[in-house]
Structure formats: structure tokens, C-alpha cells
Design a protein around this ligand. Sequence first.
Ligand SMILES: [Zn+2]
Length: 338
Amino acid sequence: MSLLVEIEKLLEEGKGAIKNAASAETLENVRVAYLGRSGKIKEMMGRIREVANEEKKAFGQGMNDLKKSLEKLFDEQKNILGSSKAKSGPQPDPTLPGQSQPRGSRHPLTQVTEHVVKVFERLGFTIADGPEMEDEFHNFVALNIPDEHPAREDQDTFGLDNGTILRSQTSTVQIRTMEKIQPPVRVIAPGRVYRPDAVDATHFYSFGQIEGLAVDTDITFADLKSVLGMFAREMFGSDTKTRFRPSFFPFTEPSAEVDVTCIFCHGKGCRVCKQQGWIEILGCGMVDPNVFKSVGYDPEAWTGFAFGMGVERVAMLTLGVDDIRRFTENDLRFLRQF
Ligand SMILES: [Zn+2]
């Protein structure tokens, strides 16, 4: 019986050794010492010769149980050490804020341009495009601004080395469109234009313009007024009123500046509208017959209207921006507000 007690003792001893093994290396040493080829279990097995025949079966059974128990404990301890080893490295902290993917947005000038264009698309206009590098004919002559015309001074622009100029207005697209297609014409032309203006809070050497042109039989000033009235209400709010003031542009006759009721004070008068209640928003007029002649349209057969507005100006008004230079500084603190 004493050997069975020794088996029990060996089991307790082995259990303790396995439990106390704090590293994989120590555990492996324990395994070799107990379960190895010349380990304690093997050694104990060798003592079966000392066991009386009638007790050999109980001894064998005991040794078998011992071996299985220690093997099981060994596997368990190995798992514990394995997982705690993983835990000892840097662990993910689920309470930390995640790494968010920064989401961009379209530039405020792009948003305003798209808004304006969308309104006119609903009114039956389609987008027209043209080059920013232009010739004198499309930028001036065809628009009824001959060489000696004083309006050239206002629209002085940048000359390029190859003899061309940077367009000073998107009206060039009107000319190029009419050269290509016969009436009826209904186009809206957003684009960048250039003027050597001294840069200040409201002037920049490059800015966005959106021009519209409609040519058909019997187009009158009433059509122009109703189209721009609809635009103003869509763009600035349904209670927006428009006011047409006589003006001059070389390429339209008659010409008008269009004011809308101040979107900040609704006509009552405030700092933005300089207590006037009105804000100038665009220029327009009926297409001058000379412009039709320069593109080969018969001025007796066709009439039309044209209008143009500055994108920055509309954006500054609708977004409440006080300095035109903010749009081009790429300051994310500014851009993220839109
Ligand atoms: Zn106002």
C-alpha cells in the first residue's frame, strides 16, 4: 500500500510544481521532470517489481490516473501561461477614441456655384463651358467692346506670352455657344475669370462668374425679370424681392443692375446692406444686336437676354463671409464651417 500513498504524494507534488511554474520555460522543465522519458513517473513505474501480484492492478491504475492528471494540469497551465503572455504586451484600449477618417466637403464656392446652376437647370438652362485662355475677339470685340472702347479699361486683363489673354468675363462662353449652335439657346456658364484688380477684402485678381444667356423669338425684358425673380426667390428665400436699376454694359441694351432685398434684415436696413434694405447681386440686360451680328445671328429674327453674377459675391452674402481672400487661403478652420 505504501506505493499507492507515494503515488498520491507524487500527484500532490506534481500539481504544486505545475501550478507554481510562472513561465513556459519552468513549466517545460516540470514536464520533463515528471512526465519525461526518465522522469519521476517513469521511475515510479519501474518500482512495479516491488508490488505484490494482487496489488499490481491497483498500482497500474493509480499510475495511469497520476499520469493523466498531471498531463491535464500541464495543458491547463500551458494555456494560462500562453494567454497571460499575450496579455503582457501592449493591449488595445477600447475606451480610447477611435481613429476617425477625416471627411472632406466641397469648397464653399463650389457649393454656391452648384446651387445657382441647379436653380437655372430647373428653369431649362444647360451648362456651357469655354476656355479661360481667350483671344481678344471673344473677350472684347464680339461683345461689342472694340479696341478704343472705354469699357476695355474696366476689364483690363492678363496677357499671356503666346499672345492670348486670360478671359475677364464668362461672356466669352456666350459668344462661343452662339457660334456653335442656332437658337433657341438657354445656357448657364459658370467659370473663373481674371482681372488685375488690387487685392482687398472685396477684390481678388481671379474670381468665379456665372453667366446666363437665353435667345429665342420674342424674348422680352419681362422674361428676364421673371427668370431672375424666380432665381432670387429660389436662392435667397421665397419672400425675396428684386429691383432693377438702369445700368450700362457694352453687350446688352437696355442693361440693368439687379438688387435683392437684403437677406439679413429682409429689407429693414442693416450693416450689410448699409441701411438700404437692398443688396446688388447681378448685372443683366437684353442682348445687344451688335453681339448677335458678330456671331452671325439675325438681330431682326432673334432676341435674348443675358445676366452675370460673381460667385464670391453671392457666397459672401449667403454664407456671411466678410473677406473674399478667405476663399483662397486654404485655412481649414474657415473651410470646415461649410
Ligand atoms: Zn440688410
